[in-house]
Design a protein around this ligand. Sequence first.
Ligand code: AMP
Length: 476
Amino acid sequence: MKFSDLGLNENTLKAVADVGYKEPTPIQQKAIPEILKRNDVMGIAQTGTGKTAAFTLPMIDILANGRAKALMPRTLILSPTRELAMQIAECFQNYGKYQKLSMALLIGGESMIEQQKILSRGVDVLIATPGRMIDLCERGRILLRDVQIFVLDEADRMLDMGFIPDVEKIAAKLPAMRQTLLFSATMLPEIKALAKKFMKFPVEVRVDPAMSAADTVEHFIVKTNERGKREVLRNLIRSENVQNAMIFCNRKKDVDILFKSFTKHRFSVAALHGDMAQGARTETLNDFRDGKVQLLVCSDVAARGLDLPDVSHVFNFDVPVNPEDYIHRIGRTGRAGKTGRAFMLVTSADFKALALIEKMIGKKIEEMSRFSIEMDPPPEPKSRRHGKNGKQVRPEKPTPEKKGKEKRKKSEMAAKKAASAQEAKEKKEVKKENFRHKKHGGHIRKTAGVSVSDAVEIKAFGKTMPAFMMNEVKLS
Ligand code: AMP
């Protein structure tokens, strides 16, 4: 199939030809005609399948007619990360170069004033991360009632990152008459529920992640113990013909540790995770893209949506907790028809997570045993405690001594409770009495435990006065 068969206009086809794409990818073949027909579309596709062009190309066509009003964007694209948002913006710039479209990026880490200025002029395309978008919506700096197309990109990632409540708030401000496009790598029940809530009779287009992962990526596991992980990884990298690689850790803390370790061993390495300032993230990514650094140690936030087509290897320093993350991670290699290699370090604590991944991709991952080292003994299940002989230990029965101690403790607590109730009662009575005094013109006032000769004196305590005395002042 050719791009010209999809119903795109001449300007868009010219821009696609300039970028050098020969034919549409499967997701583009399926999604573009449906979007042009103005149907709601639910796209099940991971990054690397060409899904960004699958929605940006028809949007550019649709937006060719019409103009944006001040503060009222005509389309809204929500993306989970700043990097992904920036890439989508780049696609609009590339593919929309023969059409005059205005665009604004609303992402954290960028100047809000600048972003607002652009918005106030009116934009055709607004690309935003949910946090920044909510911020502006709540301040009334942006009106969404003119949005004709709403795109929710990487919805499953939004879910992982806890953005769904924000997305729901934003969607509530959109007009009911709109086209909605939702993309997700996996079809979790929560994503299905979102689709039901946000979309009308969506057409489902799907690129099977298991198929696309298996086709162009060779994956392997390497068995290791916890202490030996870094050395195993270094050996692996040295023996593989690594042009450039992304190395994934489950925690940001480990990204930093691994980065330091690689630096110490004189590897060409950079680190990327969500806590870094936007400037530093962009710079790191550019360095990696330009080949100035060979290895990029990163967290899962960096796994999605980054357009780094020439990654030769992916190393999973940790087995991801969610099997979908594995698909995303290895989706960084073997992109756009190229082949890639992915390795995952597996410890004895990871077998359950590994089994889930294998179930998801529909095959067992081969072991690269020449790099494997001895594993630690499997960790004990948390629910059971074992004695020295390996038998299950029952919870201890309380001794009579222990029972007596508990009883004493209970009665002490009850006595304390009764005393404080009595004290509260006394305070209440004192308050009542003072009120009666005041009513009858008396000068001597009492507070619980404190006698004060006149209300004026109480006022002299000023700000440091105890709370119950302040009440007394209010009475005078
Ligand atoms: P995405 O899945 O949107 O992250 O795209 C992954 C990569 O595929 C990007 O580098 C795109 O530039 C590239 N790409 C998108 N569509 C095509 C196409 N039809 N032919 C070749 N490469 C493409």
